[in-house]
Design a protein around this ligand. Sequence first.
Ligand SMILES: [Zn+2]
Length: 234
Amino acid sequence: MGLADEPADRKTWKTVPGAIVATELVPLPTNKSKAVKLAFDNKLSLQSFFIFGDSAETAQTAQETLDYWKEYCKNGQVGLLFIQPYPGSEIYKRAIKKGIIKDRMHFIKGLTIWNWFNLTNTMTNQEVSELKTKVLDMVSKYTKFIRPRRLKKMKNGNYEVEIKCPFCKEIINYKNCQIQNRFSYGFSLICRKCSLRSFIVSPLQKFAYANYSWVRTFRDLELKILGFLKKKRL
Ligand SMILES: [Zn+2]
């Protein structure tokens, strides 16, 4: 089930055009966890995430969302992402107006989901940078990253993966998992018994996620350097 979760501060969410507030669908304002709890109680797996960094975001609204995530979202069942200025969107126009995106072609060619631009009305760049570190640290700390008990290549080139669900402890075998590189992989699987999602990672990826904020910072820097070099060659 897909859920567009309401951030703790409704005002923030209402600045996103087309957004539907979850508690309007399940109107129980005293219990914000209702929609998420209903999904877990009924063993529905969630395809859902919170997005930080919209124009109305403040350090306080972001903290409220993180507190909610930590308390109700069961070890990473709901993802944490930062708002992305996709070409044509309002936030993209805002990024151009603020001078954050200077070269449109260069930006579009290197389009990723890992931008952490300050597109808020009031937060300082320092506050956005601190928020980024905080979000990545929370992902490292609370998401269930597990290594497979067994990994076996099948005749068709895909992998058979055996895991022990970190939530209900069931041992489950999945066939036809696509793994490009057996030393560096990371993907999510949903438990057939309890329907909760865990993230299956190689030892290398497990290390990377355990140190997510500085690995991500290093990776961002690497992408920036590569982008710069590519631009120079054009
Ligand atoms: Zn399970």
